[in-house]
Design a protein around this ligand. Structure first.
Ligand code: KG4
Ligand code: ZN
Length: 376
């Protein structure tokens, strides 16, 4: 290995890391250069979505996803090396999402990274996908620790405080469905296609959000956890009670569902903001970072912006391409670990579950099983 990242000489040099991502339904590779000041530059990135492969089934099919990742991962690596005008020999480390996620998918990135690390004699960095999301705003702007993060995607809904690199405190997470899942499943019931979130938002534009009464999840309950299963069931029951639903019925139900998901995200985030402010009373206008595909939803954005305004937080949303699943965030997390002399050997496991609560989670894959495991 030509690089010893733990050597004091290496602390001041830029680190160039190849990152690979395949934990859900995007296959992605990226190369990020991280300088000693913490400035990150994305030198190359490539992403392949599997939406059309899963669309006929109305959701992500794990076996189809795993095969599609494995088929294309190598090609994406070649593409990003060409875009960055680099050879594998020029790369300082190889990072891959090694969990949490669909295990067959996770293995595609991790096994490719292991092969490349072994062949090119480079360090392997097994990255927690959630840590990638947590660091993603730092790809585009300077965001100092500590900051509050809402991760809201099809696989995850959680609030956490990013205290420092490698140090994350989870304040709450979903007890059942993720918010994106609630959008997708409701859209599926209503026959709106896949992925359902954007389709539901589109149809909700002409709807009346107050015609159908839906419950506000965990209403009046303190804390930062989420629950969307009850809301989804209530929406399904209304849908099934409609005889031959019209376009107006669809629009009204979509609007009601969207309004309640947005309200729940904003209320629970508000609770987290209050907790953060009590913990760090001296930080003025603390950053509230929102990452994940659901952040594309305008009603959700407006609700979160309102909550932040009330509590004096500054909303930070990474550009959409780094807000959803991507490999640049994985390369960045890998580079940050490498800078600290942290890397893995070739026995690093693929993990379906891997919570981000503490640094110990990096070391102890057994942490976090149980009811809140998979979505947390
Ligand atoms: O972060 P992401 O691309 O992938 C993971 O799930 O990790 O998020 C995808 C999720 C899907 O559930 C999708 O329906 C949802 O984000 N989504 C939306 C919108 N755009 C994407 N949900 C509501 N409104 C949208 N405009
Ligand atoms: Zn993700």
């Amino acid at each position: 290995m030509d690089l010893d990242p733990t050597s004091p000489d290496m602390q001041d040099v830029p680190l160039t890391v190849l990152g690979l991502e395949s934990s859900c339904d995007e296959t992605a590779a990226a190369i990020v250069r991280l300088d000693a000041t913490g400035q990150a530059d994305v030198l190359g990135e490539a992403i392949q979505s599997q939406n059309s492969a899963h669309a006929p089934y109305g959701g992500v099919v794990p076996e189809i996803a795993a095969r599609a990742h494995a088929e294309i991962m190598d090609e994406l690596v070649v593409q990003v090396l060409a875009e960055a005008d680099l050879l594998l020999a020029d790369i300082d480390g190889i990072a891959a999402t090694s969990g949490p996620g669909l295990i067959g998918g996770v293995m595609a990135a991790l096994m490719t990274a292991k092969g490349l690390a072994l062949g090119a004699e480079k360090p392997l960095i097994a990255v927690n996908h959630l840590e990638g999301h947590a660091l993603s705003p730092r790809l585009s702007e300077r965001v100092d620790f500590p900051y509050l993060l809402l991760l809201v995607s099809g696989g995850h809904t959680q609030l956490l405080i990013a205290e420092a690199m490698g140090k994350y405190q989870r304040l709450g997470s979903t007890m059942d469905d993720a918010a994106g899942e609630a959008f997708d499943k409701t859209a599926k019931i209503m026959g709106l296609g896949f992925p359902g979130g954007p389709a539901l938002e589109q149809i909700a534009k002409t709807g009346n959000p107050d015609r159908f009464e839906l419950p506000t999840p965990l209403n009046h309950r303190a804390g930062c956890d989420f629950s969307f299963a009850g809301l989804k069931t209530a929406a399904r029951q209304i849908w099934e009670s409609l005889d031959d639903p019209t376009d107006a019925d669809k629009a009204d139900l979509a609007a009601a569902m969207q309004k309640k998901i947005a309200a729940s995200l904003a209320i629970r985030s508000g609770n987290a903001m209050n907790y953060f402010s009590e913990t760090y009373p001296d930080i003025k206008a603390p950053p509230f970072v929102v990452a994940g595909g659901v952040a594309a939803n305008q009603t959700v954005r407006m609700a979160l912006e309102h909550a932040a305004k009330v509590t004096g937080f500054r909303v930070v949303m990474p550009p959409m391409k780094w807000c959803t699943d991507n490999a640049a965030m994985i390369a960045l997390a890998g580079a940050e670990h490498l800078r600290r002399g942290e890397f893995d050997d070739l026995t690093a496991p693929a993990r379906a579950r891997w919570p981000l609560d503490a640094v110990s989670a990096r070391l102890d894959p057994a942490v976090g099983s149980g009811r809140k495991g998979p979505k947390a």
